[in-house]
Design a protein around this ligand. Structure first.
Ligand code: PMP
Length: 396
């Protein structure tokens, strides 16, 4: 086939290869990046779907507006108000087919081949692939437990004059890290000062275990003059309600939103009206606060169990910071006492022992740290958690 040259920029991920092995019977998987299907609010979604069909079958089953189903846009604007985004109108957002599509639309509307885009090291793998498909030359900004290091970010912005900066400021995938409030304000100042778009990808912000995280960059942008017009924010129902619904949204300056909408027209015309009407009914029924409280509690227990088990079973062979929310532990192998330091090697050995996790290297757009790994605690109950970590302990 005479494939497009842009495909030369990407390859199928090493992680996909690993996933093929996950079908092995008895395997305990910390590899996935998804929520636990056992926690889906099936009854609530069923009721919402029934109401959608009963009250507005035309809207729920017909073609719809590319920008999104109006009742859902209204509900999402109200949802964002509860998260501190004060002055948001339904017209300020579009509904996307998962937040993944929002990232694709940003790539499509903004990236010319060779353009610099700054991402965190490490960052979400599908974003790396998506931006590369459009020819982006990715530049990486280092992070620590408090998210992206803003002084380094500023230097990179000055040096590379990027098309935009892409951040996952809250409970990052894969890092689990959360950008401190102080750094958030600094990022907003940088956006305004250098007139550089900052994309805030926020699928995990609602999944906190104790205290809520600092407000989103979008919410804080009203405190930093001139920054709001340089922020695009991507949200998603996937991690809190259901990824199968494929309902996400993007809030961006009007000019960018208009171009993204135009590109979405040629792409999927609109996000499933049935899914949108169901999500709208779900939010309207006021179920979200209870659902969030329930999933937060379960994930908090699992995260605690994983942290305890890693400390107990792996000791000084591993280093990590406990996340305050989200779905992931991000860890570094230390190689202490001659133990294995290459996470790819450990992943292979671990699969043999019946446990899977993802090596961290593919999450780096440049210069991978091969001692890193990502462990998701989301889909493994507390009882199996210890067993899974023990199996890693036997592989190391
Ligand atoms: N961004 C990040 C950081 C993610 O981890 C994910 C899902 N793994 C997405 C975006 C895409 O999610 P969705 O398209 O289901 O909203």
């Amino acid at each position: 086939m005479p494939f497009a040259a842009r495909l030369n920029n990407v390859e199928t991920s090493a992680i996909r290869e690993l996933f093929k092995l996950l079908g092995k019977p008895g395997i305990i998987s910390f590899a996935g990046g998804f929520p636990d299907s056992a926690m889906f609010d099936v009854a609530g979604i069923q009721e919402a779907a029934n109401l959608a069909l009963k009250e507005e079958p035309g809207g729920a089953l017909q073609y719809g507006a590319t920008e999104g189903y109006e009742p859902l846009r209204m509900q999402l604007a109200a949802f964002m108000h509860t998260k501190g985004v004060k002055d948001l109108q339904p017209n300020d957002l579009i509904v996307t087919t998962g937040s993944q599509q929002a990232l694709d639309l940003l790539g499509k509307t903004l990236i010319d081949p060779g353009d610099k885009v700054i991402v965190e090291a490490p960052t979400f793998l599908a974003t790396i692939q998506c931006f590369r498909l459009y020819g982006a030359d990715l530049v990486t900004a280092p992070i620590d437990a408090n998210g992206v290091q803003v002084d380094k970010l500023e230097a990179l912005i000055k040096q590379h004059k990027p098309k935009f900066v892409y951040l996952i400021p809250t409970f990052g995938n894969p890092s689990g890290a959360t950008l401190s409030k102080e750094r958030r304000l600094k990022v907003l100042e940088l956006a305004a000062r250098y007139k550089t778009l900052v994309v805030e990808d926020d699928p995990y912000g609602d999944l906190y275990f104790g205290e809520p995280p600092p407000p989103s960059l979008l919410a804080l942008s009203s405190d930093v003059p001139g920054s709001r017009e340089w922020i695009a924010h991507c949200g998603s129902m996937s991690k809190v309600l259901s990824p199968g619904l494929r309902v996400g949204w993007m809030i961006a300056p009007p000019e960018l939103l208009a171009k993204a909408t135009m590109c979405k027209q040629f792409s999927d015309a609109h996000t499933s009206t049935f899914a949108q009407a169901t999500a709208a009914q779900y939010l309207k029924a006021g179920r979200m606060p209870d659902t969030l409280a329930r999933v937060r509690k379960v994930y908090a227990e699992r995260a605690q169990a994983m942290g305890d088990a890693l400390e107990k079973e792996l000791g000084d062979a591993i280093e990590f910071t406990r996340p305050n929310g989200g779905l992931f532990f991000w860890a570094q192998l230390t190689g202490a006492g001659g133990k294995v330091k290459d996470a790819g090697e450990l992943a292979k050995r671990a699969i043999e022992k019946g446990v899977a996790f993802v090596p961290g290297a593919p999450f780096y757009a440049r210069e991978p740290d091969r001692a890193t790994l990502r462990l998701s605690f989301a889909t493994v109950g507390v009882d199996r958690m210890v067993e899974g970590v023990q199996r890693i302990g036997k592989s190391i």
